[in-house]
Design a binder for this molecule. Structure first.
Ligand code: 3UK
Length: 501
């Protein structure tokens, strides 16, 4: 992956793709049937870049906060910022004033481009020195209206390959978000490793998915990967599993990005047949249980590509596709990346022994501000905070977030394994397993369980304890069960077990 010293990833993704394939190919699709060609997207991005520079006084290196739903204007804004040499600070529409204020404090953006429906929380965040311009309405001061008066050509700023292009926030399964910095070359590197070698998209593919573009899973899967090959992408403002499945069928989608919970929900809602036209389906964000992989395969013939990614790494670094897939395993190191399991002292652990997942490759963690950097990166290895096992063939098996490993009476118990066992119970719709202090065992396994509201029978904790005992080693069974109406999740859908602890 040698991109040379000067590189602007927006020029490469947009202008270089147009140079190769022409401006008329479909690029961005919306649920209502609107299609922007590559040429349309470039023209809008160039016009917005002209507003950024000419009206908002942006100079290279300035940070621009982006806030919007997954829709074409948000993508145009993202390209505009990079074309103008700015740093895109992507945020998710679900975030509220308090979270936006924290992010503003951390990365001090000078400009915000914000969907006109989402400005309220941003204003309440009161980020000092910030000029906000709204987009997506027909008001005279709207960015889209202002941009329409600008020339459609713009000379992209010749950034360095290792200039920061993107500030992305971790979803914070353990509390305060952290901002990670990614270079122009990193943005291309994720397309030229995971996408090129594992996903292998083609120019006629139609992408879609649920992750927000403000989450690097969505930015890669729904913007960077399709544009790198000249494919098109369907952007959905709302992508609940049923909506997503219907959109896949209606728009002849061939490449799908979503999370394990969505695949489960699509199966449960009887919509698996809607995925019949999909060629490549990716699952990331949380571990994909083997049972879900097999059920999707049985219902559709699809072989889901599981992949672990992280905001710190920008995108996916362990995955498997096609015949390489072993259900229940995340896969092997993506070509270009090296992955290992390390013990507590940082030495390589042998195959079959659980330890800390460590990875190195063309992308890696750079926290803004630098503090906590030494927690994630040690001896050149990025430590993701996950406990994994590697087998002799180089396949990696997820155990738990290391913080979610429960040491009970000397046994190491992975909370997610107990959750999967509980999920097998017909009346359990959702659950989370954590360790709670216990005078005898040190820690005891505790399960928080959401029962199917349609269940009329009384389900007891003792029944669930017995059920798990039959499914996995008895010492892993939950000693305490608490029934709850719902479980705490992050805005990217991850369980927040630390809040339950
Ligand atoms: C967990 C997985 C098991 C794991 C992400 C794809 O999820 C993404 O980034 P985040 O920063 O979280 C990272 C953490 O999430 N995880 C992700 N994928 C898997 N665990 N199997 C998986 N397949 O704990 C990891 O450390 O929110 C995913 C692409 C880009 C991303 N940012």
């Amino acid at each position: 992956l040698d991109y040379g010293d000067r590189l602007n990833c927006a020029t490469e993704l947009l202008d270089a793709t147009i140079d190769r394939l022409g401006p008329d190919r479909p690029c961005l699709r919306s649920a209502d049937g609107t299609v922007w060609s590559y040429g349309d997207l470039r023209a809008h991005a160039n016009q917005i870049a002209a507003v950024l520079v000419g009206e908002l006084g942006l100079v290279p290196g300035n940070r621009v906060l982006l806030r919007g739903y997954n829709e074409p204007w948000l993508v145009a804004c993202w390209f505009a910022v990079l074309k103008a040499g700015g740093v895109a600070v992507t945020t998710m529409p679900l975030l509220r004033a308090g979270e936006l204020a924290t992010m503003g404090e951390m990365c001090r953006p000078s400009v915000a481009l914000c969907d006109h429906r989402l400005t309220e929380d941003l204003e309440r965040a009161e980020i000092p020195g910030l000029t906000t311009m709204a987009f997506g309405s027909s008001a005279p001061e709207d960015l889209c209206v202002r941009a329409a008066e600008q020339p459609t050509e713009f000379p992209d700023v010749g950034t360095a390959a290792d200039d920061v292009a993107l500030l992305a926030f971790t979803s914070g399964t353990t509390g305060r978000p952290k901002a990670t910095m990614h270079f122009h070359r990193d943005v291309l590197a994720i397309a030229d490793t995971f996408a090129a070698d594992v996903l292998r998209p083609e120019p006629d593919d139609v992408f879609t998915g649920s992750p927000p573009i403000g989450f690097t899973f969505g930015l890669g899967g729904l913007v960077v990967f399709p544009l790198r090959v000249g494919a098109s992408t369907l952007l959905l403002e709302r992508a609940a599993p049923d909506v997503l499945a219907d959109a896949v069928a209606e728009h002849s989608v061939t490449v799908l990005f979503t999370a394990p919970t969505a695949y489960k929900a699509i199966l449960a809602s009887g919509r698996a047949d809607r995925l019949a036209g999909v060629r490549r389906a990716v699952s990331a964000g949380e571990a994909l249980p083997a049972a879900v992989w097999k059920d999707v395969h049985a219902a559709t013939g699809l072989r889901i590509i599981d992949g672990i990614g992280a905001t710190e790494m920008l995108h996916i670094f362990i995955a498997a596709a096609d015949d390489d897939i072993r259900p229940g395993s995340t896969g092997r190191a993506v070509p270009g990346y090296t992955a290992a399991i390390l013990d507590d002292e940082g030495r390589p652990a042998p195959a079959g022994t659980p330890g800390h997942l460590a990875v190195r490759g063309p992308t890696g963690c750079r926290y803004l501000g630098g503090d906590r950097q030494e927690v994630y990166v040690r001896n050149g290895w990025n430590l993701t905070g996950d406990t994994y096992v590697r087998d002799a063939d180089g396949y990696f098996f997820y155990q738990a977030r290391t913080d979610d490993m429960i040491v009970s009476a000397g046994y190491n118990i992975a909370g997610p394994e107990v959750e999967q066992a509980l999920q097998g119970h017909p009346d359990v719709v959702d659950c989370a397993v954590v360790g709670v202090p216990d005078p005898e065992r040190g820690m005891a396994v505790k399960a928080f369980v959401v029962l199917n509201p349609a269940c009329t029978r009384e389900v007891t904790g003792a029944e669930l304890e017995e059920f798990v005992k039959q499914a996995i080693a008895p010492y892993k069974r939950p000693r305490v069960v608490e029934f709850v109406a719902e479980l705490p999740r992050t805005s990217t859908g991850k369980l927040q077990r630390y809040r339950l602890r």
